[in-house]
Design a protein around this ligand. Structure first.
Ligand code: GDP
Length: 691
C-alpha cells in the first residue's frame, strides 16, 4: 500500500512546481503547536535526527515543507534543499545550521514569512511522509517583537491548516487541553474533528492516570484520535555520547519503558494510543487515506487547469513549440546570419572610405595649422572674388619656404600614427556595427547575451589591436621617406579635395545659419557683426571687458556674434581654398607647391589604400573568422540548461511562452502519473475485497 503515498508525494512535488493554486495541491500533514509544546521533539523523533533550529528566540520563522522519503535499499541518510541546489547533506547538524540561517534571514521586523523552505530527507528509517512545520504559536509577545506577531503567526498557520491537509495538533500533557492553542486553531477550521490528529507530548510529566484520561478526552473528540508520546530522550548528555544515529532507538526505548511500566493506564487493554512508533504508523495511514481521497478531486482540478493551459497555448502561441535551448539556438543562428550578411557588405572599399575620411579631417587640420593660420586680413583678401585669386599666398615654386612647408605637412601626415588611427577606426566601426545588429536581433532584449556578444567582439579586436597597428605602421613606412604621386592620383586628389572643401563650406554655412536664427535672424546678426568688426579695427572703443555687454548688445549676443564672425571668416577662407583647388594652377602635379590641398589629399589616399591592404588581412578577416566561433563558445552549446533558461526568460514574451509550455507539460505528466496511480489503487482495492 505504501507505494501509493510515495508516488503521491512525488506527484505532490511536481505539482508544487506548477503553481500556487491550492486546488492543485495534494494533502500534507501540517504540524502546529504552541512554543515549547514539544513540536520539534516530535518531528525529530519521527525523523530520528536532531535537525531543527534550536534556541529561545523564535527559531522557526518560515514554514518548513518537509518531505520524508523512505529508501529501504539504501543505508544512507541525508537531506536535500532542492531550491538551494544543496544535495546529499549527510551531516544533520549541517542541515540544522542551514535551516537556522534560512530562518534567521527573516528580519526581526517581519518575524515570520510565508515563503516555505523545502527540505527532503532520505532514509531507510523514515516513512514516506509529507509534513509542514510551522512557527509555534506564542502566548506572550516578547521584547523586540512586533505586537502583531501573534496575529501574523496565527494567520500563517490558518493558511496551511485548510482542507485537504491533515492537522497534527501538538499539546503538552502538563498544560490543560482547554488551553491548547493548537487544538483551538484546529477546531476553528475542522469543527467536527475529522482531519485532526491530537498529539499529547510530555506524557512523562503527568500522573499516568491523568495522562490516560487526556488521551481519552471526550470534550474535544477527534475522529483520528489522540496519541501520547514521550519524545525526549533520557538525558541529553548521554544522548550526545551515543551519537545522533541512535536518537530514534533511544527515544523508543525510553518511551517503551515508560509506557510499559504503567500497563494499567497505557497497556494493550487500556484502549489508548501511545508511542512514537504508533504515531508514525498512524501518520502514514492517515496521509495515504487522505491522499487517495483527494486523488479524484485533485485530478479533476488538474484536468481543468490543463485545459486552460492548452487553450492559452493554442490561442496565444499558435501551438508553437519552444524550448529555452531551441530559442537560444535559433536566435544565435539568426544573429550569425545577419552578421554574415554584414560581412558581405563591409570589406576593403568600405574600410578605405572610413579611413580616408578620417585622414581628410587630419589633412584639413594640418592645412589650417600650416597654411591658413593667419588672420584673413594678413592674407590681404577681404572678400574673395574670382579675381582675387592672384592675391593668394604667393608660392614661388623655387621658394625654399613653401618647399619646407609642404614637406613638413606631408611628413606630419605620414607620421601621425596611421597604424593606430586606422586600426582604431576600423575596430570601432566593427563594434558599432555589431551593436546595431544586436539591436535588430532577438538579443536586444537580453542584457546577459548582449553583454556576452559585445565582449566576444571586443576580445577579438583587442587581441589583434597591437599587432595590426604595428603591421600597418610598418607598411606605410616607405612613405615617410619618399612619396611619388602620379598624374592620375593627382587629378583624383584634386577632385576629392574640392569635394571635402565643399562639404566643409556647407557645414560652416549651416552652422552660421543656425546661429543667425538663434539670435532672431540674419539682420540682427549683421548688426552685431558690424559692431564687432568695427571694434576690432579700432573704429570704436568698447568699454570694460565687453563681458557685461557693449554697444547696446547683451554679453550673450556678443558671444554669438563672435562665433558668427569666426564662422564667416572661416567660410571665406574655405571659399578661397576651394577656388585655389579649382584654379588652373592646380591642374597638374607640376605645381604641387601651389596646391598643398591636392597634394596632401593624394598622400592621404595612398596611405589609406596601403593601410587597408593590411587591415584586411590582420584585422577584418581574422574578426570575420573568429567572431562566429567566439559566439558559439560563449552562447552556443556551452551554456548549461539553467543558463539557457535564464537567457530565454530575460525576454518577458518568451518567458510567458515557455511557462505555458512547461505548465502544460508538468500537468500532463502529473495527470498521467495520477491515472496510473488510480489504476493501481483500484487493483489494490479489488485484491483487498477478494482477499
Ligand atoms: P517546541 O518549541 O514546541 O518545538 O518544543 P521542543 O521540542 O523544543 O520542546 C520544548 C522542551 O520540552 C524541550 O526542553 C524538550 O526537551 C522538552 N520536551 C519535549 N518533549 C518532551 C517529553 O516528551 N518529555 C519531557 N519531559 N520533555 C519534553
Amino acid at each position: 500500500m505504501m507505494v501509493l503515498t510515495k508516488k503521491m508525494i512525488e506527484i505532490r512535488s511536481i505539482l508544487q512546481k506548477v503553481g500556487q493554486s491550492s486546488s492543485l495541491a495534494l494533502p500534507s500533514i501540517v504540524v502546529i503547536g504552541s512554543q515549547s509544546s514539544g513540536k520539534s521533539s516530535v518531528l525529530e523523533a519521527l525523523v530520528g535526527h536532531e535537525f531543527l533550529p534550536k534556541g529561545s528566540n523564535m527559531v522557526t520563522r518560515r514554514p518548513i515543507e518537509l518531505t520524508l522519503v523512505n529508501t529501504p535499499e539504501s543505508g544512507d541518510e541525508y537531506g536535500e534543499f532542492p531550491d538551494l541546489g544543496l544535495r546529499r547533506i549527510s551531516d544533520f547538524s549541517s542541515i540544522q545550521r542551514t535551516l537556522t540561517e534560512l530562518n534567521t534571514a527573516v528580519s526581526d521586523a517581519d518575524c515570520v514569512s510565508d515563503d516555505p523552505i523545502h527540505l527532503t530527507i532520505y532514509s531507510p528509517n523514515v516513512p514516506d511522509l509529507s509534513l509542514i512545520d510551522l512557527p509555534g504559536y506564542i502566548q506572550v509577545v516578547g521584547q523586540n517583537q512586533p505586537l502583531q506577531l501573534k496575529q501574523k503567526i496565527s494567520e500563517l498557520c490558518d493558511k496551511y491548516i485548510q482542507p485537504p491537509n491533515v492537522i497534527l495538533a501538538i499539546s503538552a500533557a502538563d498544560v490543560d487541553l482547554a488551553n491548547s492553542t493548537a487544538l483551538r486553531a484546529s477546531r476553528r477550521v475542522d469543527p467536527r474533528g475529522e482531519r485532526t490528529i491530537g498529539v499529547i507530548t510530555k506524557m512523562d510529566l503527568v500522573d499516568p492516570t491523568r495522562g490516560a484520561s487526556i488521551l481519552n478526552d471526550k470534550q474535544y473528540p477527534l475522529r483520528l484520535g489522540y496519541v501520547g508520546v514521550v519524545s525526549k530522550a533520557p538525558s541529553a548528555q548521554g544522548l550526545f555520547k551515543m551519537g545522533p544515529t541512535n536518537l530514534m532507538s533511544a527515544i523508543t526505548k525510553h518511551e517503551n519503558s515508560f509506557f510499559s511500566s504503567h500497563p494499567l493506564e497505557f497497556g494493550p487493554d487500556a484502549g489508548v494510543n501511545v508511542g512514537t512508533t504508533t504515531l508514525r504508523k498512524k501518520l502514514m495511514h492517515v496521509l495515504e487515506q487522505t491522499m487517495s481521497a483527494s486523488l479524484q478531486t485533485t485530478s479533476n482540478a488538474i484536468r481543468q487547469e490543463l485545459e486552460e493551459a492548452t487553450y492559452e497555448f493554442k490561442v496565444q502561441y499558435n501551438d508553437r513549440p519552444l524550448s529555452a535551448e531551441s530559442y537560444l539556438a535559433e536566435s544565435l543562428d539568426t544573429f550569425k546570419h545577419s552578421f554574415k550578411q554584414f560581412t558581405e557588405g563591409f570589406g576593403r572599399p568600405q574600410m578605405r572610405e572610413l579611413l580616408k575620411s578620417e585622414l581628410d579631417q587630419k589633412v584639413l587640420d594640418l592645412l589650417a595649422a600650416r597654411y591658413w593660420n593667419k588672420p584673413i586680413t594678413d592674407l590681404s583678401v577681404a572678400t574673395p572674388e574670382p579675381d582675387h585669386i592672384a592675391d593668394l599666398p604667393k608660392a614661388e615654386p623655387d621658394s625654399l619656404y613653401w618647399h619646407r612647408q609642404l614637406d613638413a605637412s606631408a611628413s606630419a601626415l605620414t607620421k601621425l600614427g596611421v597604424g593606430r588611427l586606422a586600426t582604431t577606426v576600423v575596430a570601432s566601426s566593427l563594434q558599432t556595427h555589431v551593436d546595431k545588429l544586436l539591436n535588430n536581433s532577438n538579443f536586444a532584449s537580453h542584457p546577459f547575451a548582449r553583454q556576452a556578444i559585445l565582449e566576444a567582439a571586443s576580445t577579438i579586436l583587442n587581441e589583434r589591436f597591437y599587432s595590426t597597428s604595428d603591421q600597418v605602421e610598418n607598411c606605410i613606412k616607405p612613405f615617410k621617406f619618399e612619396i611619388d604621386i602620379e598624374e592620375r592620383e593627382w587629378s583624383q586628389g584634386r577632385q576629392h579635395a574640392g569635394e571635402v572643401l565643399k562639404k566643409e563650406l556647407h557645414d560652416c554655412e549651416a552652422a552660421l545659419g543656425s546661429l543667425e536664427s538663434s539670435v532672431g535672424g540674419r539682420r540682427k546678426m549683421k548688426e552685431v557683426i558690424n559692431f564687432i568688426d568695427k571694434a576690432r579695427k579700432g573704429d570704436i572703443v568698447v568699454e570694460g571687458d565687453g563681458r557685461s555687454g557693449a554697444g547696446g548688445f547683451s554679453a550673450a549676443l556678443l558671444t554669438k556674434g563672435r562665433e558668427a564672425v569666426f564662422l564667416r571668416d572661416r567660410a571665406d577662407i574655405i571659399k578661397m581654398r576651394l577656388m585655389a583647388v579649382k584654379s588652373k594652377q592646380c591642374a597638374s602635379i607640376k605645381n604641387k607647391y601651389y596646391c598643398p590641398e591636392v597634394f596632401l589629399d593624394a598622400v592621404a589616399s595612398k596611405l589609406a589604400s596601403t593601410a587597408v591592404l593590411f587591415l584586411n588581412v590582420e584585422l577584418l578577416s581574422e574578426f570575420y573568422y573568429n567572431f562566429p566561433r567566439e559566439l558559439d563558445l560563449r552562447l552556443g552549446r556551452h551554456l548549461t540548461e539553467d543558463e539557457a533558461e535564464k537567457f530565454a526568460k530575460e525576454d518577458p514574451k518568451i518567458r510567458r511562452h515557455l511557462e505555458v509550455i512547461r505548465r502544460k507539460e508538468l500537468l500532463e505528466l502529473v495527470l498521467e502519473k495520477m491515472d496510473s496511480l488510480r489504476q493501481l489503487e483500484g487493483r489494490e482495492r479489488d485484491r483487498g475485497t477478494s482477499g
